[in-house]
Design a protein around this ligand. Structure first.
Ligand code: SF4
Length: 223
């Protein structure tokens, strides 16, 4: 086989993989993200879900929020952070003086991972390989939104963005450089606030989360 024939073969193989969604495709705009995510076969999570859940919000936002993965409500509705954790996030954004439409909100992994338990579907944390497979789409969102600051909501988001496991408490509280144009701010996932059993502690944790959102906005304004 000549070099030209072998190059043509590998081009066809690549095109076939792209057509079947096995590889990521480079997006021209965020409007393509929903269909791209729904065609994606880079991991097997899509199989049991209702639909993929792409990020949404302000297309050229200076602030991007990244959560872990869609939950049951997000899977049914097709939008990120529309369940109980999303309600807390909305309230915290509002208390920090931000509207949801003034930021871009997404998840590290775009399909819901769960375990059936009777009629319920219990959320399962995505694996390292699923986070890695889905990083293609997070990378596309980062490129197209081009935020100045990315807030990782929880360890899975931080892991996806940094490419290695992270202890949230060690990185929380101040920005670190993520790329030539963006910084990363690691904080909790709002679902953590749902799990704090003590009322006073939950109020303190919520106040800390809102303060971090305010500090993040102040940092954007001054850098
Ligand atoms: S979770 Fe991500 S990588 Fe896996 S199929 Fe869905 S979009 Fe593709």
């Amino acid at each position: 086989m000549t070099t030209e024939e072998s190059e043509a073969l590998s081009r066809r193989a690549r095109a076939g993989r792209e057509e079947s969604g096995l590889t990521g495709r480079t997006l021209v705009s965020l409007e393509e993200l929903r269909s791209a995510v729904n065609e994606c076969r880079r991991c097997t999570l899509w199989k049991a879900t209702t639909q993929g859940v792409p990020g949404e919000g302000l297309g050229r936002s200076r602030l991007m929020l990244v959560g872990e993965a869609p939950g049951d409500s997000e899977d049914r509705q097709g939008h990120p952070f529309v369940g109980p954790a999303g309600a807390i996030l909305d309230r915290a954004l509002q208390d920090a003086g931000l509207g949801r439409d003034s930021v871009y909100i997404t998840n590290a992994v775009k399909h819901f991972k769960f375990e059936p338990r009777g009629k319920r579907r219990l959320h399962i944390k995505p694996s390292a390989s699923e986070i890695e497979a889905c990083h293609w789409w997070l990378g596309e969102e980062l490129r197209l939104v081009a935020p100045k600051l990315v807030m990782a909501l929880g360890g899975t988001a931080a892991r996806a963005l940094l490419g290695h496991p992270v202890i949230v408490s060690q990185l929380r509280g101040s920005p670190t450089r993520l790329s030539a144009t963006a910084h990363l701010w690691v904080t909790i996932h709002p679902s953590f606030l749902l799990r704090v059993p003590d009322d006073a502690q939950r109020r303190n944790e919520y106040a800390r989360f809102v303060k971090e959102l305010k500090d993040a906005i102040a940092w954007i304004e001054t850098h």
